[in-house]
Write a protein that binds this ligand. Structure first.
Ligand SMILES: Cc1cc2nc3c(=O)[nH]c(=O)nc-3n(C[C@H](O)[C@H](O)[C@H](O)COP(=O)(O)OP(=O)(O)OC[C@H]3O[C@@H](n4cnc5c(N)ncnc54)[C@H](O)[C@@H]3O)c2cc1C
Length: 413
């Protein structure tokens, strides 16, 4: 087995002679490390087991290497779950302000990028170092390159097979994360455990993920790859106003990632390409202000020239873009306006877990106490973080769920 040094991100060889812990945490990601810190601060003996060589790998790769570690405006409404109330207890026990206090305590520089999203000034490593230092200060042992292969209930708690050796714990915290980025190693152990213990798992799917568009759409749109614009993207009454990016496979950018969590295969995504104005009124106003100007030129004041021609070509009602504004009837302009404010696309699919930031679905929260994150019928068995059916919006909310659920679990052992 390998132990973890708080001073570096490398492993130290160390043998864990202790075979019984108050708590064994499976997974040294954001949720698992926070759970270990929370329990360690309360004097519990804690071992965190991580199959990879490094802890906090998703933290390290997050936020483009700067980790969007929380969001100042975190509210329960920022989370998707079959039970939208489930996240409230954990979020109130450990809020974004608690994590910000921790970051301040460790004197890590950070900034708000946009919409309350807090990022490290320097590197995501700063966040991992905070967690490792807190673990070390609170007597938590971390074993990397160790895989938990089985968990069974025994009269005193649980017995676990870790790299084929038997360990025991009064409580086990399953913090194994979701299915995104399959190249990061074996996934799905948390869901397997849920099934083994007879707990329901809400079907999982890739979320916060780019859309792949069909060949016909791509044929017309490929040349726009790399262009982005501010839009409102909507799926069944949920909408997000952020940037949308044309890619070589389809559509991406924050607005698209956000709406992907609400999209069902086969359904439409409605996009307002011109969110600040009523498109029809604006076009009619342009007609009276500049009657001799071509529609294409008018649209070029809001979009790049290439995009303006693209949108005109892609409208369902074919439009002669060379015509002067004065030659359009108001009815025709209303049709153009509607096409701009209700641009509709039917994604073929998403890019899937390969590029998804998170996994939608997971352990059904019905099985858990929202206060303790413990399985109601199996004392000592805990599920936290992304493996649970609670998924945050883009913008630091997923880490906040990991911190909050991890902390809450550690407080009630
Ligand atoms: C590219 C990318 C960027 C992201 N950026 C952000 C961001 O900026 N802000 C944000 O809020 N969210 C972001 N996210 C989402 C965020 O990373 C996750 O929601 C969060 O890491 C979930 O934490 P977790 O502890 O539940 O799971 P994870 O971080 O996935 O940790 C689970 C750990 O369990 C280990 N494990 C699994 N099975 C076993 C086993 N059997 N034995 C031992 N160990 C095991 C895994 O190796 C892993 O280390 C991003 C995700 C990705 C993929």
């Amino acid at each position: 087995m390998f132990g973890y040094s708080s001073s570096s991100l490398e492993c130290n060889r160390a043998v864990y002679t202790m075979k019984h812990y108050d708590l064994i945490v499976i997974g040294a990601g954001a949720a698992g490390l926070m759970c270990a810190i929370s329990a360690g601060k309360r004097g519990k003996s804690v071992l965190v087991v991580e199959h990879a060589r490094k802890v906090g790998r998703k933290i390290l790769m997050s936020g483009g290497g700067r980790c969007n570690f929380t969001n100042m405006y975190t509210e329960p409404e920022n989370f998707l779950s079959r039970n939208p109330h489930f996240c409230k207890s954990a979020l109130s026990q450990y809020s974004q302000w608690d994590f910000i206090d921790l970051v301040n305590h460790h004197q890590i520089p950070y900034h708000e990028k946009t919409l309350g999203q807090l990022f490290c000034d320097n590197s995501s490593k700063d966040v991992v170092q905070i967690l490792v230092k807190e673990c070390s200060d609170n007597g938590v042992s971390i074993a990397t390159q160790c895989q938990v292969s089985s968990v069974e209930q025994i009269p005193t708690g649980f017995k676990l097979l870790i790299n084929d050796q038997r360990y025991e714990a009064g409580a086990v915290s399953v913090a194994t994360g979701g299915l995104s980025i399959p190249s990061m190693g074996p996934h799905g152990f948390g869901y397997q455990l849920a099934e083994q213990f007879g707990l329901d798992v809400i079907p999982t799917s890739a979320a916060l993920v780019p859309f792949v568009m069909g060949e016909r759409w791509m044929k017309k749109s490929r040349e726009l790859a790399g262009n982005s614009l501010d839009v409102v993207a909507e799926v069944s009454n949920t909408s997000f106003r952020e940037a949308m990016l044309f890619t070589h496979k389809g559509l991406s950018g924050p607005a698209i990632l956000q709406i992907s969590s609400y999209w069902q295969p086969g359904s439409a995504v409605h996009i307002n390409l011109i969110p600040d104005v009523d498109a029809t009124s604006w076009l009619i106003e342009q007609k009276s202000n500049a009657p001799k100007t071509q529609l294409k030129t008018v649209l070029s004041s809001k979009f790049s020239k290439r995009m303006a021609s693209y949108f005109i070509d892609s409208f369902d009602n074919r439009i002669d873009s060379q015509k002067s504004m004065a030659d359009f009837t108001n009815q025709e302009l209303a049709a153009v306006g509607q096409s701009l404010s209700e641009y509709t696309v039917y994604p073929e699919t998403t890019e899937g877990y390969k590029t998804a930031e998170v996994t939608l679905g997971g352990l059904d929260t019905n099985a858990l106490s929202s206060k303790t994150m413990m399985v109601k019928d199996i004392p000592g068995l805990i599920f936290i973080g992304e493996v649970v059916d609670v998924t945050g919006h883009l913008g630091g909310f997923n880490f906040q769920w990991a911190w909050s659920s991890g902390w809450a679990a550690g407080q009630h052992l």
